[in-house]
Design a protein around this ligand. Structure first.
Ligand SMILES: *Cc1c(COP(=O)(O)O)cnc(C)c1O
Length: 362
């Protein structure tokens, strides 16, 4: 059986280094927001090409804290892609703002800049883009729109650590780049974690306070804030993974290009590669009109696949009412037909050759 993802296997290369890091943290006796977090923040900011990085507890919190830090007026609208993972939309709802769903382009699965412009209203205050599956959005057009309409730009980079658009890393185009280090992400911890990168000194200081009860000085509370801190242990593990991130991304990109060369079944739509981008293949997704049948067929051939995501956010029970006034046909089409193929650090060229052959025999 070829698993969709075997985290133990993907992390096995780093196991002895993890154990050394564990011992180092135990020896130091500091568990939250210490030296390991500071070093990771410095190293990850450098990797992204950002001035500041703040470690937080999750990707969701990175998005939420970015929004809260902006002090937007109460009834602000935030534009967000209609086909994202639910966390992006939830961060807007939790922050008390109104998510306005924007349809993606059917070929790139990313937010359509033309539809962004069409949905800007007097209440619109921010755009939250998502580099879905590791494919960068069209950041030249989107940042020009943000500038033209005076909107804050936040990038959800949870699936795109290290991806570039026009030679510039994702996460550095707008005010904030929000990252998740959930274990399955390209840069994954051994538990939960997240980070925000920014070039704005004041905002960095504010996020630093907001993640820790709004406190800049111990027991003095300048803001309300939340508790969303990165553990020393996770930071120590992340420093190890970060030093191998290029290798992890390259491995996945090689597997992706092998899929794209080998899969030739006309029933299957392959992902497109955009000019001007360096994508990172968090996910390698294909589309197929008979997706569920293909998934079943592959399982019988010993290949496990995933669906990112089976239900469109606007059709989720918790959100249905919020978005009942409009329809999102492109998003729904993607959710009905998309299928993610195995593409982890532990998969081999042989795995990809076997899976591609199985797809071609469908
Ligand atoms: C994983 C993910 C998140 C949330 O990250 P957590 O660390 O699980 O909170 C947000 N947005 C996208 C696009 C994601 O894939």
């Amino acid at each position: 059986m070829i698993e969709y993802e075997d985290l133990k296997k993907s992390n096995s290369k780093f196991e002895s280094k993890f154990k050394q890091a564990f011992d180092r943290v135990i020896d130091k006796g500091r568990y939250i927001l210490g030296e390991e977090v500071e070093l990771f923040e410095k190293e990850f900011a450098e990797y992204c090409g950002s001035k500041y990085c703040l470690g937080v507890a999750s990707g969701l919190d990175a998005l939420y804290l970015s929004l809260i830090a902006l002090d937007l007026p109460k009834d602000s609208e935030v534009l967000v892609p209609s086909n994202t993972y639910i966390a992006t939309i939830l961060s807007i709802v939790n922050a008390g703002f109104k998510p306005v769903l924007i349809e993606p382009k059917i070929d790139t699965y990313n937010i359509n800049p033309k539809l962004i412009e069409r949905n800007i209203s007097a209440a619109t205050k921010a755009i939250m883009v998502v580099h879905l599956y590791g494919k960068p959005c069209e950041m030249d057009k989107i940042s020009a729109l943000a500038e033209q309409y005076n909107l804050f730009l936040i990038e959800d980079c949870a699936q795109a650590h290290g991806a570039k658009y026009a030679g510039k890393k994702v996460g550095t185009w707008g005010m904030f780049g929000a990252f998740s280090f959930y274990p399955t992400k390209n840069l994954g911890a051994l538990g939960d974690g997240g980070a925000i990168v920014t070039d704005d000194k004041e905002m960095a200081a504010k996020i630093k306070a907001l993640r820790n009860y709004g406190s800049q000085q111990k027991y003095y509370n300048q803001f309300t804030g939340i508790n969303s801190r990165l553990d020393e242990l996770q930071a120590a593990f992340l420093r190890i993974k970060l030093s191998h991130l290029t290798e992890i991304n390259e491995h996945k990109a090689q597997l992706a290009s092998l899929y794209s060369r080998l899969i030739s079944n006309p029933k299957v739509v392959l992902p497109v590669t955009q000019k001007n981008t360096e994508e990172v293949f968090h996910i390698y997704n294909i589309r197929c009109a008979t997706r569920d049948d293909l998934k079943e067929f592959l399982l019988k051939k010993g290949v496990k696949t995933e669906i990112h995501y089976p239900i469109a956010p606007n059709l989720q029970p918790a959100y249905r009412e919020m978005f009942a006034h409009s329809t999102f046909p492109i998003s729904e089409e993607i959710h009905k037909t998309t299928l993610s193929l195995p593409i982890s650090f532990s998969h081999t060229k042989e795995d990809i050759m076997y899976i591609s052959e199985a797809i071609n025999s469908y």
